[in-house]
Each structure stands twice: as structure tokens, then as C-alpha cells.
Design a protein around this ligand. Structure first.
Ligand SMILES: Cc1ncc(C[n+]2csc(CCOP(=O)(O)OP(=O)(O)O)c2C)c(N)n1
Ligand SMILES: [Mg+2]
Length: 333
């Protein structure tokens, strides 16, 4: 992975840096708590943590405006928190409680928010990519300047439906940003074992789609590339591809034998490239914040996360009668 492009602390206002720090830390602490609850048997099924990848979604959400849409895979808790969804209702859904976004019937891969324009949470690898283009089609049809962020992994980038979507998206100039979150692995398969050429964004060239590689451990680099992509889409120039190079610290899901990489590899990334430490260094180095200020932020976030776990534990399990609801759509007047 490329060495971090240094950005001088004075480039970005302290308020903005602090917001990035807070938003990334919120995702990390929330996920640590979700992992703990999983270990305690309170989260059923799968649980795919996003820890290590926080700068991707936080940097891109910083480029979004009201009305923009987002859609992603099963590794979605960070995306939900970053677009402003309620941590209490996300945690309650993870634990299968009635107070969750899907009434406790969906779990981590089946959460949606019309208010925040979050369209899931998809368990089928790559399925969200054509749906994301469809969301962008709706905005284009309505004649507004909203964009859709369609996130998918390096593994998903090998699926055929991605390329059918690329073709149609550029043919119809759809305002969709294809965000490849290249965390280097698809379950236990490294990119070098699954991709003939290492550069995934360059595949867009076959369809005439512009794109670039981005350092996904640097929230400022993600924001800068995101601004460019968003401007391209809002101007009606069609889709754009961002291949964001990132890394997941935890296993693919909570049940991962971790035999496909060494502990040293993970440790090296954590100690040299951590996206939260990066912003922490900028804040402290630029004298924008003191250790005490950052501790206070951490304390406040831990409070929010603990409250979400408490909310989830206190929320009842869904009533048996809920088995018969939300199966077919109600006809809309
Ligand atoms: C169509 C399909 N094939 C296989 C699977 C099993 N599966 C779940 S996640 C995954 C790996 C996807 O990796 P990537 O796209 O890199 O995303 P990441 O998990 O790294 O975020 C696979 C093969 C699936 N869910 N759907
Ligand atoms: Mg991956």
C-alpha cells in the first residue's frame, strides 16, 4: 500500500478534523461493542465488522448533501452511522430486538432508512451495484442533482453484474459513484489471487468511465477524491469510479479462522496506517486539540455506544405476530 500522502495540519480547519475524528471513532467504538455483544451470544447469525475502514465512509459522507443516496454490502454498520442513522436502532437490530430498524427481523444485513436514504445492507455479493445504478436512474429521471454512492468490495468487483451496470450507467450518464472498498481480501482470498491486474478502477476504461485510486487510510485523501467524483456526477457527466485502498483489521466475519494472512501484516497496518491515529496526529501535531480534549471525545462516544447497547438489551424481542407482517408491500394510494 502507498505511503500516506502527507497533508499539512494547517490545510484543514480544526473543526473539520475534529468531526472526522469523532465520526471515525464512533464507528470503531460501536463496532467493538457489537463484537463484544456477538461474543456474549446477543447477536445472532453473521456479523461483519468494518474496523480499519472508517476513513472511507467518513471521507465520502463529508462530500454528500441532503438527498444523496447510499447503498452497500453486509459490512454496513459504519455506513449507517456515518449517514446519521440512530445507533440505538442499529444496535437493537443487530441483537434482534423490536426497537431495531427492521423490528428485529432483519439483522445487520437487512436495515434501511428512507429518511437517511440508506438502501441496505446486501448479503448477495455485488447485488447492490445494479440497484445503486437504479437509484441514480431515479434521480436523473426526476431531474435533480443528487448522487448515489454504490459501495462494494474487491471480491464483488469480479462479478459480472458490476460490468453490465458500468455499461448502462455510462450509456445513460447516471450520477452514481462506484466505490470499490478494496480491503485486499474477499473472505480468505487476497486480491493478488483473484484479480489478473491489480488495478480494479482501471476496468472502468472499457466502458469509458473515469476513476482513480485513493488512499483509504487517509480521510483527507478520501474527501478530496470524493469531492472530485461528486462534482463530476452532479454536473451530469455520468458515473465515476473510486477504488479506495483500505484494510480490515478483523476477520471477514466474527467466524474467520484468519489463516490467510499473518498477525504481523495486520499489526503493521494498525500501527503504521491507522486512519483514526492519522487524524489524531494531525489534531495534536497542529495544536488543534490536547490529549484531554480527545479523551473527552472518546468518553462521550463510549457513552453513546453504551447507551445503544443498553437500549438494545432493554428492547423486547419481536412479538410472534410480527412473523406475519412486512411480507408483502402495502398498496400505496
Ligand atoms: C453471490 C455471492 N457469492 C458468494 C457469497 C459469499 N461471500 C460473502 S462475502 C464474500 C466475499 C466478498 O468480498 P469483498 O467483495 O471483497 O467484500 P468484503 O467482505 O471484503 O467487504 C463472499 C464470497 C455471497 N454472499 N454472494
Ligand atoms: Mg474485500
Amino acid at each position: 500500500m502507498a505511503v500516506r500522502k502527507s497533508t499539512t495540519p494547517t490545510d484543514v480547519p480544526a473543526k473539520v478534523l475534529t468531526a472526522y475524528y469523532r465520526d471515525m471513532l464512533m464507528i470503531r467504538r460501536f463496532e467493538e461493542k457489537a463484537g463484544q455483544l456477538y461474543g456474549m451470544g446477543l447477536v445472532g447469525g453473521f456479523c461483519h465488522l468494518y474496523i480499519g475502514q472508517e476513513a472511507v465512509v467518513v471521507g465520502l459522507e463529508a462530500t454528500a448533501k441532503e438527498g444523496d443516496k447510499r447503498i452497500t454490502s453486509y459490512r454496513d454498520h459504519g455506513h449507517m452511522l456515518a449517514c446519521g442513522m440512530d445507533p440505538n436502532r442499529v444496535m437493537a437490530e443487530l441483537t434482534g430486538r423490536a426497537g431495531g430498524y427492521s423490528g428485529g427481523k432483519g439483522g445487520s444485513m437487512h436495515m434501511f432508512s428512507k429518511d437517511k436514504h440508506f438502501y441496505g445492507g446486501h448479503g448477495i455479493v455485488g447485488a447492490q451495484v445494479p440497484i445503486g445504478a437504479g437509484l441514480a436512474f431515479a434521480d436523473k429521471y426526476k431531474g435533480n442533482d443528487n448522487v448515489t454512492f454504490a459501495y462494494f468490495g474487491d471480491g464483488a468487483a469480479n462479478r459480472g453484474q458490476v460490468y453490465e451496470t458500468y455499461n448502462m450507467a455510462n450509456l445513460w450518464d447516471l450520477p452514481v459513484i462506484f466505490v470499490i472498498e478494496n480491503n485486499q481480501y474477499a473472505m480468505g482470498t487476497s486480491v493478488s489471487r483473484s484479480a489478473h491486474a491489480p488495478s480494479l478502477w482501471e476496468r472502468g476504461a472499457a466502458y469509458g468511465i473515469k476513476g482513480e485510486e485513493v488512499d483509504g487510510m487517509d480521510v483527507l485523501a478520501v474527501k478530496a477524491a470524493g469531492d472530485k467524483a461528486v462534482a463530476h456526477c452532479r454536473a451530469g457527466k455520468g458515473p465515476y469510479i473510486l477504488e479506495v485502498k483500505t484494510y480490515r483489521y478483523r476477520g471477514h466475519s466474527m467466524s474467520d479462522p484468519a489463516k490467510y494472512r499473518t498477525r504481523e501484516e495486520v499489526q503493521k497496518m494498525r500501527s503504521e496506517r491507522d486512519p483514526i491515529d492519522h487524524v489524531r496526529d494531525l489534531l495534536l501535531g497542529g495544536k488543534h486539540a490536547s490529549e484531554e480534549d480527545l479523551k473527552a471525545i472518546d468518553k462521550e462516544i463510549k457513552g453513546i455506544v453504551n447507551a445503544s447497547a443498553e437500549f438494545a438489551r432493554e428492547s423486547p424481542e419481536p412479538d410472534a405476530a410480527a412473523l406475519w407482517t412486512d411480507i408483502t408491500a402495502e398498496a400505496q394510494a
